[in-house]
Design a protein around this ligand. Structure first.
Ligand code: GLP
Length: 240
């Protein structure tokens, strides 16, 4: 895995965007895998800046999002659907027909989503990481061969995400639809971004620990084209 250490959160966004804009420019009809959470927001800001300056164009771009809460209305302010429109899609010229958000509850819907992802083939997948090492919503203990499915969120994830729900864990959805680890691993290229002290242990386990379901992100050690971009706080324990 290639590791890029940046000083600030903004620099992480700029470094990730360099990879993104290279993809958008070299393959105008590329397939992007997109993530939510606070970490990718600086990247999305940079992507919008590039679009505004005419450097990039989204009319041929296809996107698939990693995950979405179950039983949350699409227009709920904290749905990942709302997040993506607010932070990226409303600001670029993407064709809405090319946007794919996971929004099912049955295994059949999950299988259909997985098939679309696999058939299109993700050129560049953006990932964050949970402080427990999750990617997407693939919590510790997830089988590395997992595909898109409905998952139960770990107590630590519900706690971490309660900051978006008035700090009230009872308001956080308890399940999500998530691409599986095998689905994510099928991406041609992956850029994982992590910022802040709370990600330090997860980043260290991902890079230096054994490949073990205890840290789902550790499977990325087996992918041949992963770039990990961290700020100083998240990268402090990296020693290789
Ligand atoms: C969330 C999402 C992940 C995200 C991670 C970290 O719950 N399911 O896709 O990468 O947890 O979120 P954040 O960037 O807000 O720390």
């Amino acid at each position: 895995m290639k590791i890029i250490k940046c000083n600030t959160i903004e620099d992480v966004g700029i470094a990730a965007n360099e990879i993104m804009s290279e993809m958008l420019q070299s393959k105008p009809n590329c397939v992007l895998g997109l993530a939510t959470g606070s970490t990718p927001i600086p990247l999305y800001r940079e992507m919008i800046k590039d679009f505004d300056s005419g450097k990039t164009d989204y009319k041929g771009v296809v996107t698939f999002n990693l995950d979405e809460y179950v039983n949350i209305p699409t227009d709920h302010p904290e749905s990942y659907n709302s997040f993506m429109f607010q932070n990226l899609f409303n600001h670029v010229n993407i064709n809405e027909d090319n946007i794919h958000m996971p929004n099912g509850i049955t295994q059949e819907e999950c299988d259909e989503y997985d098939k679309s992802v696999m058939d299109c083939g993700i050129d560049l997948q953006v990932l964050g990481i949970g402080s427990n090492g999750h990617i997407g919503f693939n919590e510790p203990g997830t089988d590395f061969s997992s595909t898109t499915r409905i998952v139960d969120l770990a107590a630590s994830t519900i706690e971490a995400n309660s900051r978006f729900f008035n700090n009230d864990t009872s308001l956080v959805p308890k399940q999500a639809m998530s691409m599986g680890i095998a689905t994510i691993m099928n991406s041609k290229k992956i850029v994982l971004i992590a910022t802040g002290r709370s990600k330090r242990d997860a980043v260290n386990a991902m890079l230096n620990g054994p490949i073990d379901a205890v840290c789902p992100a550790s499977i990325l050690q087996k992918h041949s084209n992963v770039i990990v971009i961290v700020d100083q706080e998240a990268g402090e324990n990296i020693n290789k």
